[in-house]
Ligand binder design. Sequence first.
Ligand code: UDP
Length: 313
Amino acid sequence: MRVLVTGAAGFLGSHLCDALLANGDHVVGVDNLVTGSLANLAHLSNESRFAFVEQDITESFDVGAIDYIFNFASPASPVDYMKHGIETLRVGSVGTLNCLELARRYEAKFLISSTSECYGDPQEHPQKESYWGNVNPIGPRSVYDESKRFAEAAVMAYHRYHRVDTRIVRIFNTYGPRLQLNDGRVISNLLKQALLGEPMTIYGNGMQSRSFCYVSDEIDGILRLAASEEHLPVNIGNPTEFTILDCVRLVQKVTGSNSEIKFAPMPEDDPRQRKPDITKARTLLGWEPKINLEAGLRLSLPYFKAALAGIHD
Ligand code: UDP
């Protein structure tokens, strides 16, 4: 297959390119490098089945005939999408429509990365795909949440009106090598702080929860969904729930750090709890995550150590 990956220089996009290449596909990776980094693709510089195009997908573009589109372009950490709010709205709306037009033109299959943020600050717990969510449409997170909700609506419309063969993955918190050190996410912040001996920041009282999926599990789930015939959204995430305080303790354990804890104010509209119901992924795709948080943090450590050493060279 000839596959287009947008957001190819990002955390998930670059891991997806690796997995598709390992499957024997030809991959065209597109990114405008707003939050992605060419360092994530450096190891592919001699790969003849991979081509990179620096391109903003909100501008009209065409990479020629393709069989599958994975639309993964978007700032995705709260710090990044709040810094690039308008770009985030545009990439989810105009960018997604451009990609859907390409899929229509070339009769390509299509998969979009959506998010657990579609559920907002959820009042149903754990979150099933059938839950419509509790999103503040005008709050600081709305640039991301509504961009992704619009993107889901656009994908379903192209499926219904133009019979494009589409899929929607709702991704829950994912971590691993190639996370940006400065994306402000909890795992990146805590690992970096622990390794540098800096205070570990907890926003609020640390009793809010998240459920963290290691990147290889996430990519496995996404590829299984890509190969399926399911057009409605599917949650792909690790259902084991941790409070942020638990997370700090685990990071201290795997790094051996004795960094102190520093409490900071809770960001506005920060969801109090998040945990995927993955019954649908289990039954439909035979997928469930294999790597628990402690193991995943240990697997992430070498990357974080090397990246920090690079910064301080
Ligand atoms: N958080 C924290 N300390 C940090 C960064 C984040 O306590 O240094 C909290 C944040 O308030 C949220 C959770 O960790 O409750 C996850 O935040 P993240 O930015 O990783 O992603 P989110 O799940 O909110 O999109």
